[in-house]
Write a protein that binds this ligand. Sequence first.
Ligand SMILES: Nc1nc2c(ncn2[C@@H]2O[C@H](COP(=O)(O)OP(=O)(O)OP(=O)(O)O)[C@@H](O)[C@H]2O)c(=O)[nH]1
Ligand SMILES: [Mg+2]
Length: 366
Amino acid sequence: MKTKCDGCGVKIQTTSPNEKGYIRSDVYLKNPDHFLCERCFHLQHYNRVADISISEKEFLANAKKIAASRALVVHIIDVFDLEGTIISNINELFPNNKIMVVANKFDLFLSSTKPNKILNYLRTYLKEQGLHAINVSLISAKSKQDVLRLLNKIYQLKDEEEVYFFGVTNVGKSTIINQIIDLVESKASPITVSNLPGTTLGLIKLALPEKTFIIDTPGIIHDFQMTKYLDKTTLNLVIPQKYVKPRVYQLNPEQTLFVGGFAVFNFVSGEKSSFVAYFANQIVIHRTKLINAVEFYIKHVDDLLLIPTETERQRLGKMIKHEFIIDGRVDISIAGLGFMSIVGQGKVEVECFEPIKVKAREALIQ
Ligand SMILES: Nc1nc2c(ncn2[C@@H]2O[C@H](COP(=O)(O)OP(=O)(O)OP(=O)(O)O)[C@@H](O)[C@H]2O)c(=O)[nH]1
Ligand SMILES: [Mg+2]
């Protein structure tokens, strides 16, 4: 008899409806070979969910298990949210494993974006983070061709039967595996996929031809990623599903750009500069005069700026300022949300909620 949910890999139980893995015993007994836990059933059928996720302890326990093997580790990251999704100590977690990095969600960029340029950028970026990978790939889980290319690479690189997909929540691990299930015409049930942090809860093993097993793992939720603090309705607006339209502003000094109610970019002083916003299309970008910015935020945080909601803002806590001196091209990224690409000169102050990582980096899109 199977004891793990097909959708998220959690060990099932029939006694505590509010704990993870719950399934009604009559539902389980009806079809004990193929079933979903209540949480996955709700996610897959009604797009609703109970708030359950894995702890750091469980995440580390999974990592330990992988580290004890010689399996290939495929570290999936989100190319749109590099700062939020790179696990920079991955080599320490897996000192004896081959590590391959896969940057997913390339479809979020304009189709004119050159993959080779992004790949070169990523290689340098990963090195700077102290991350050593035997291969770096750029894909979109939505493209069958990309996933097929990835699968071939995995077969080429792996030494053992088992291959682990590892990464923070929401980078698309399960989506890629579902695409593989489709490509190899496997009879395996599709894995649950959602915008919510912490969708996969246990290890899910997929058998592939030539004695190969891909294992999906639950992602950790970083404290410094915006998505950790948001409810489902907001997450649906904030996690881009389709390509992100770059929004371009020429800013004079003493002007401000609001990124919804999430962040405020104050262009304090300098030369007229270009600000290109790469955030989900549904997030309002609004320009005001710097002198009016505080008043504007207070007045419009719940109507024009709309998100995050008041409850989410309470969770996020107070806002703090980060100061950047710009001279040329630079991106300022907000973990879990997106980035502002700036070309110009001057002083920029970014206000954002205290727990969220706000960082300057070399421009990704040149
Ligand atoms: N645009 C775009 N969205 C993607 C892609 N891959 C995944 N997504 C979306 O990203 C969200 C998260 O996908 P999942 O596959 O559930 O992510 P995960 O890494 O398995 O997350 P956990 O199970 O929580 O660790 C979903 O809304 C997917 O539709 C992609 O290549 N492009
Ligand atoms: Mg998953």
